[in-house]
Design a protein around this ligand. Sequence first.
Ligand SMILES: [Zn+2]
Length: 211
Amino acid sequence: MTLAIAAFIFGVVLAYFNIQPEPVPWVDEPVFEAEMCERSPNTEQVVLKKSEDALKQLHPLVAKRGESFVRLASSCLDLNVRLTSGYRSAKEQNELYAQGRSKPGDVVTNAKAGQSYHNYGLAVDFVIIHNNKADYDLSADNNRNDIPDWQELGELGKALGFEWGGDWDTFPDYPHLQMDFGLSIRQLAAGKRPSNQATAPLADVLKPLVD
Ligand SMILES: [Zn+2]
């Protein structure tokens, strides 16, 4: 009897530890080393100028890390990146949703007004600019280091504390970076907002490079 109880308790303990999820690293370290970064404030400033509009009306940290994303893509990865979209009003989101449905073009989003992190200033979209053109080729290796540029940029975004849309299984969204600060779309739609002081993780190698 005592043995049966002991075996039962042992079984429960074992089951408990087996259902514990594997610890997930809080942030992916980027594929590059800090030594790879040759900071050129002038070049960064020129590149950044093209992303100015997309950086407006964002949560302060999303704007700050979004700026670092563009700067470090240039100085560390030798990739010219432009933020194409940031905050989107309900009207803008619905117009985008109509694209490929009631309006011509390709479907670019499954989110109606209020259903996207863009609507709360918590997401940015980017594109690689190569020879003055947007380069959406997922196998592009413009900096010739044998790593797809989109993968390097996804890693950089994640090292800056963003969630990268390229990691999503059902509807991968490679140009998309977001910070949810622990809030779901449902919570945001109900009026909850992250504090302006809310923080996000930052990879160790980036700490000396991001103020
Ligand atoms: Zn997006």
